[in-house]
Design a protein. Structure first.
Length: 362
């Protein structure tokens, strides 16, 4: 694959890339760059953005020749007081998360799964954390609190001050040339770009993917950018605002039916986002999206690209109810094989049983 083709694939993943020129240089100097993404094991369910969307993005990255490391950030969850600060429970959730990733058709030949514990046991991790901390102010670090699902004005525990320093150290300890996380993690990735050269490390390329919107109506325009981003992103703490990897068909139908989807509105429309970021990337090459409708309402519609779908919806040629019905059908097609794999996976079954009784804390 030519470098231009590799960059095109990466740009499909990134809503923002810092920077495209540095990405080009990276591919010119390294055949198989290393990228990483990390997830804090913080709840008892895995939503579709964590599972299916990550597999879609990672497969694009590995197709471009990137080697990927997926980090289950257990110590970060501990620092952030998830699951009442019980590291054993956090590790169990992290192990389950890895089993879900494996069931999502990820390119496992080019993906390595690790936990924060693995990095911490390498002997140099805390030295790197201290180097990051020594070269930043408390104010600079707390500006990154959004990465933990917190606001800059929240009252933070001392352990939570360590969190951005740890996440920054992850990048250098993993040896990641590319940080491939969500837009909500942008601030700490920029921090790594700032502090890396000061500490004798490199400046990582930042590929920030789009944060899939929750199914609920977004907050009003008077909310701040940070407040809107936090409120709009898919959340495990609001079960009806997200589709989970183990949702059965009835759950998917119910959630999609009640989802926010105003007529002809393209922006901040979660149903269209599901089409753009999940359904079309999975079905576009093998076929198209079919909207089934009775003949009295115009009959079936077929869309070969997301652009065609968006144009028709914006022109009021497609009713939200018809779109929702199709989205529910396609989501179930995507999740059914994942559910079947997890149902046959003895390790996943055991882990799922363990985490059922865990108390979820913010």
């Amino acid at each position: 694959m030519k470098i231009e083709e590799k960059i095109k694939l990466i740009m499909e993943v990134g809503e923002e890339v810092l920077t495209e020129e540095e990405l080009k240089t990276l591919f010119e100097t390294k055949k198989h760059p290393i990228a990483y993404d990390g997830f804090e094991p913080s709840g008892t369910s895995v939503h579709i953005a964590q599972g299916l969307l990550r597999a879609i993005n990672i497969n694009k990255m590995t197709k471009a020749g990137v080697k990927f490391t997926m980090l289950a950030a257990d110590w970060h969850g501990w620092a952030n007081n998830k699951l009442d600060g019980d590291l054993e429970k956090i590790n169990i959730v992290g192990d389950y998360l890895i089993e879900v990733w494996k069931a999502c058709d990820m390119d496992l030949d080019n993906v390595k799964f690790i936990r924060s514990t693995d990095l911490i046991n390498n002997g140099t991790y805390w030295k790197t954390v201290m180097q990051v901390a020594r070269n930043n102010t408390v104010k600079r670090i707390t500006r990154c609190s959004q990465i933990m699902g917190r606001g800059e004005n929240d009252s933070l525990q001392s352990s939570q001050i360590l969190y951005p320093c740890m996440q920054c150290a992850d990048i250098f300890e993993i040896g990641a040339d590319i940080t491939q996380l969500g837009m909500d993690q942008r601030k700490v990735n920029v921090l790594a770009r700032e502090v890396g050269p000061k500490l004798g490390y490199y400046k990582p390329v930042v590929v920030s993917h789009h944060m899939l919107q929750g199914l609920s109506q977004p907050p009003g325009k008077d909310a701040s950018h940070e407040e809107r981003m936090m409120a709009m992103k898919m959340s495990k703490s609001k079960p009806d605002s997200a589709i989970f990897m183990n949702d059965i068909e009835a759950d998917i139908n119910r959630k999609v039916k009640k989802a926010y989807c105003p007529e002809a509105q393209v922006q901040e429309n979660p149903i269209l986002e599901y089409c753009k970021y999940i359904i079309f990337p999975k079905f576009e090459k093998s076929g198209s999206l079919i909207i089934e409708r009775p003949e009295k309402w115009g009959g079936n519609l077929e869309f070969k690209t997301y652009a065609e779908l968006e144009k028709a919806f914006a022109a009021n040629e497609l009713h939200p109810a018809d779109l929702k019905q199709a989205v529910a059908i396609y989501l179930n097609k995507l999740l059914e094989p994942v559910r079947k794999k997890l149902e046959k996976n003895k390790k996943a079954i055991k882990l799922a049983e363990q985490i059922k009784e865990f108390k979820v804390t913010r």
